[in-house]
Structures are given as C-alpha cells and as structure tokens.
Design a protein around this ligand. Structure first.
Ligand code: F6R
Length: 618
C-alpha cells in the first residue's frame, strides 16, 4: 500500500511533495523518495525508514551536489512512499526509479505480475537494472518506447504490463508534463489554479485544492499546469468532470468513509489482490519461491502446527481445511498463549506456522521461538516487513494488506486467509497431491476472489445495515457453523464482542444439542454460516432446530442456495466459489454486521475500549 504524489505548476514543489507524502503516511511504508526536474536534469533522493529520514537525506543533498533538491526551486516532481513487496527494504529499491541515463523517472504502486519476463527481455536488449523491484521495469520500458512523445511511450509500456498498479512518469525532455496510468490501483488528480497534482489518494493534496478528478482503470492521463487530458489505454479521449470534495482532513484520510474500519473492509479486494496476484504467475502453478523450504523438506513433512492469537488464529483454522484437503498433511492448531506453556512435542520434520499480522504479538513470537529451538522449521505469515516475527522465522510469507489502523482486524484477516490458500496449494503442488487440472481450477477461483469480495461488500452492506438496525438492542448474538464455516463463526463472534460489546458466542452446530441450545429463545439472533460445503445438509437441520425454538436465523449462503433461503428468516447471499474458498467471502457480512451493530450503538469502532492494535505485553 504505497503512496504516490506528483506535482506540476508554478510553485517550488519539493516541500509540497513531502507534505503530500506525510498525508499518506497512514497507509504504511518502509522507505520514501522524490525526484525533481530542473534545468534539464532530474535529481532523486531516497531514504529507508520514515519521512524524517527522507528530510535528512534532502538536507544532505547540497553536499552531494544535488542542486535542484537542495535549492528547492523545481516546479515539477514525483514522490513516493514504498511498502516493500518486491525486493528488500533498501535505498536502491525505494522509488522513484529511472532508466540508466536517468531521463525517465517513475513511481509505482501495486504489482507488475509479468516483471520477470519483461526484465529478462530488457536485459537481452541491453538494459541494466539497479534495483530488485518490479517498478524499475516500467522506467526502462518507457525509455525503450520513447521517441519524443511521453504519453505515447507510457501507453506502449502500459500495454505490455500485467498486474494491478498505478504509476506516474516524468521525462527530462518534458519539464511541464507528468503522465500517469491506472490499472486497479487508485490514481486521482487535484486541479488547482495553474497547478495540477497527481496522487494515489486525495489527502495528498487536499490542503492545496479540493477540485478532484478521478482516473479510471485502463486510463492514461497527461497533466500540465493547466489541467489534464484523459484517454483510454488505446488513446481514445475520455471526458471527465472535476468534483469538489467537502471532506475535512480526517475524513479524507479515511477516504471519505466514516471510520477506518469501514474503509479497511472496503480495501479487502485490493489487499487480497496484492497478496495473491504475483504469486500466481501461471495458470496451474503457485510461486512461493520466497520460502526457504526445499522440495525434500516439503515432501518429508511430518505435520504442520499453526500457532496464532485472535483473528489470526481464525485465519489458521480456515487454512487447516485447505492444507489437509489439498496437501494431505495433518494440521494441528493451537492458540499461541496455550502452546508456549504446554511443553509441546515438536521437532525436526514439523513445520510450525506463526500467523501474526503485526509480527509483534508476544505469545505468537514465544511459541515460534520455542518450536525453532526444538528443531522445527518456523514459517511466519505476517503483514509487516522487518517485524520481530520476520527475525524469528526460518521462512516468511508476507501478506500485503497495507497498514491497518482500525483495531479490529479485517483486511489483514482476509489477506492471511488468502496467503494460507496459496501456501496450501503450493504444498499440494510440491507434494504432488493435487492434479494439475484441479490446481488450474483453484487458481482461476483464487484470481476471481478480489472481484467477488468487492461484489459481496457492495451488495451486502445495505442489507446487513438493515439487519443490524433490527437487532442492535439484542442482549446476545449466537453464531453457528460446521466444518469450514465454523472458523468464520468464531471470527464473526469475536468481531461482535470486540466492537459492539454485545456478548456473543460461536459454536460448532453439531454441539448445540449438548447444552447451548438452552440459550435460545425468540430474542436471540442466530447467525448461521451455511455456505456450500460437504456438510451443508447437516447445517440445514441445525437451522431447523434453531427456528423451532423461535430464534431468528440470519443465514450466510452461497448464491442460488434455495434450501437455505427457505429455512432461514433472512439470507445474505455471497457469490459462488470453490467451497474451500467460500469462507473468505462469508466473513464479509459478519464483519459488516459487527460494524453496523456497533455504529447503531454509537460506539467508536476504530478504537474499542481496553484494546490496542498489537498485544506485546506479557
Ligand atoms: C481482532 C484482532 C486481534 C488480533 C490478535 C493477533 O480483531 O485484531 O484478535 O488478531 O491480537 O494479532 P496479530 O495478528 O498482530 O498477532
């Protein structure tokens, strides 16, 4: 979740660009940089760490002979905050990137999927690269296609790229022009008096102008001080109106959403796409070459043990079904705070997976260290580069959800689930426990998840809001599920407790008759996850039992499930996908239900009482 700011106009822009980056800090980053064009040359400054490091590097530039940066008189430039995806957190990998001659500079958000093949081609043609990033390829491609027309060169480069990204380019021969292109990742213009901004989000320029123009997917935009020309990828002109935004700065940081939690729920398609896209480079194979596991180690694995806390634990529970079904390895699960204290039997031949979005949760770290000391291979699934979990593990699989500000985990959960699906598929392919055709089917379904998550969120938000309005005064919410639906019930109940403070419990539906059924009466909303699965018929019987007690059944079902709709009081349909992947869609209405219930109660969902984002204290 990187940040882009570009400026062209009449004012010196160095400090405007850094101020814009500051407004994008909430997205998370690990390095930053800027490029300024003046007097026929472009100068760049980049730094690892936060913006104070970039400021310090800028202050040092005079000594390094970077006059344009030091004197701060340039009126055109690009700036970027990077959240590393390809390549380590180093100054060389920070943006902007350029071609060898430094004539084209670019900043890019997102991922170029076909970067390896493009890099190989460009190297054969004589290009030399100075970073490990996918982004640098774009600067070289533009240089390759450039014949005096920057927009044309961007268009030709854009046509060769696959993935989801947005980028902005600047060329030394065009001191009054920036060209941007968008495919899935956001890009937006700020139109001022004799100046134009191009950024990944409105807060970057909101202090300077409130007149905004959005760029759509597949569009190229050329800006100068007087405005913008938008075209389709093949050069067809596009009419675009400016809109005047009235948001205050806080609202702008939340992207116009009333809370960070809602914004982050809506960011899930992007977070999942960032996590999976470039790891699915082929139609029938998953690439997790970043893991330090040899084919022999994978083949000879005894078992897998997953340790985690809270929501991350629930992601592990979902993962267990995928790993056992596809890779046929036995998976044990434990909450890290229990595992670390029970002198577990673990050692060589075991793969211990620690799931922690922050990478700093004390119990999960302790459980991982213990397993490593005893000889297991420890794999961390985490969202934060450089976090403690990355130091304490033998292998790391990063989720790429970007910074999550709301205390309740939402987009980090769906990204973790997506990462475990990848891991499960990769283990299966490495152990030969899955047919290539089946693998191809699953990969196609995985690739469709971001779109389906988006559809689910848009379609269900108003319906869930209405359900929350009828139930927010309830004293107790009960969640029932079986099999792959159970972890999602646990997650739904956790979210409900955490942000609405309404007591809630999640149960394996088959256990209901052994006691908890006594809790049910006509005042209890019962949320049942009844998506497609090998046990759907049994879930239907459980729903009938609940209704016989007069309780109100709210079912989450796969679209087209007539039986579920006939048995439940209310049904929220999610799109159809492979049944193992269904939980990543089923969790969305449960996140929304907790959210809207808490909002009906007037609660602060971003910072629930007694809770902090990372629990490191013993
Ligand atoms: C719930 C939530 C927590 C975290 C848990 C683990 O919404 O956010 O339950 O999932 O504290 O945190 P990480 O994943 O950072 O180890």
């Amino acid at each position: 979740m990187c940040g882009i700011v570009g400026y062209v106009g009449g004012r010196p822009c160095r400090d405007l660009l850094i101020a814009g980056l500051e407004k994008l800090e909430y997205r998370g980053y690990d390095s930053a940089g800027l490029s300024l064009l003046e007097d026929g040359r472009i100068e760049s400054v980049r730094a690892v760490g936060n913006l104070s490091n970039l400021r310090a590097a800028v202050a040092d530039t005079e000594d390094r002979g970077a006059v344009a940066v030091a004197e701060a008189e340039a009126t055109i430039g690009l700036a970027h905050t990077r959240w590393a995806t390809h390549g380590r957190v180093t100054e060389e990998n920070a943006h902007p990137h350029s071609d060898e001659e430094g004539e084209v500079h670019i900043v890019l958000n997102g991922i170029v999927e076909n970067h390896s093949e493009l890099r190989r081609e460009l190297i054969t043609e004589g290009h030399e690269f100075s970073s490990e990033t996918d982004a640098e390829i774009v600067a070289h491609l533009i240089e390759k296609h450039y014949d005096g027309d920057l927009t044309g060169a961007v268009r030709d480069a854009f046509a060769e790229l696959r993935g989801h990204y947005a980028f902005v380019a600047m060329h030394v021969e065009h001191p009054g022009t920036l060209v941007g292109a968008r495919n899935e990742c956001p890009l937006v213009l700020g139109i001022g008096e004799g100046e134009t901004f191009l950024a990944s989000a409105i807060p970057a320029f909101l202090k300077e102008t409130r007149d905004v123009m959005r760029i759509d997917n597949g569009e190229i935009v050329t800006i100068d001080a007087d405005g913008a020309i938008v075209t389709s990828a093949d050069g067809e002109p596009r009419d675009r109106e400016t809109e005047h935004v009235t948001w205050d700065e806080d609202e702008a940081e939340r992207g116009g959403y009333s809370t960070f939690m809602l914004k982050e729920i809506h960011e899930q398609p992007d977070a999942v796409a960032e996590t999976i896209t470039d790891r699915l480079p082929e139609l029938d194979a998953i690439d997790l070459s970043e893991l330090e596991l040899t084919p022999e180690e994978v083949r000879d694995l005894n078992r897998i043990i997953i340790v985690a806390c809270g929501t991350s634990y629930h992601a592990g529970l979902v993962g267990r079904y995928a790993i056992e079904t596809w890779a046929r390895i036995s998976v044990e699960m434990d909450v890290a705070s229990e595992y670390r204290y029970r002198d577990p039997v673990v050692g060589p031949g075991d793969l211990v997976i620690g799931i922690t979005q922050s990478g700093e949760t004390a119990d999960t770290l302790a459980a991982m260290r213990l397993a490593r000391e005893r000889g297991a291979h420890v794999l961390a699934i985490t969202n934060v580069m450089g976090s403690q979990a990355t130091q304490d593990a033998d292998s790391v699989l990063f989720t790429r959800a970007g910074l999550e500000i709301g205390v309740a985990a939402t987009k980090t959960f769906t990204s973790q689930v997506a990462a475990i699906y990848l891991l499960a598929g990769w283990l299966a392919q490495s152990r030969g426990t899955i047919e290539p055709d089946r693998m191809a089917e699953l990969i196609a379904e995985m690739k469709a998840l971001p779109r389906k998550i988006d559809e689910t969120t848009d379609a269900l938000d108003p319906q869930v809001k209405a359900i929350a309005r009828s139930h927010y005064q309830g004293r107790f919410f009960f969640y029932l599920g079986r099999h792959i639906g159970l972890p999602i019930c646990l997650e739904g109940a956790l979210k409900m407790k955490e942000i609405s403070y309404i007591p809630s419990d999640a149960y394996a539906a088959g256990e209901m008759k052994h006691g908890p059924i006594a809790l049910l009466d006509e005042t209890t909303p019962v949320v049942v996850v009844a998506t497609e699965s090998p046990v759907l018929e049994k879930v239907l019987s459980n729903m009938a039992e609940v209704r016989a007690r007069g309780a109100d059944v709210i079912a989450i079902a796969t679209e087209g499930s007539v039986d579920v709709a006939e048995t439940a009081d209310q049904t929220l349909f999610v799109p159809r996908t492979d049944w193992i992947l269904q939980p990543i869609l089923a969790v969305i209405p449960l996140q929304l239900l907790a959210y809207h219930t808490a909002r009906c109660l007037g609660l602060n969902v971003d910072q629930p009482r007694n809770l902090a984002k990372t629990v490191t204290v013993e």
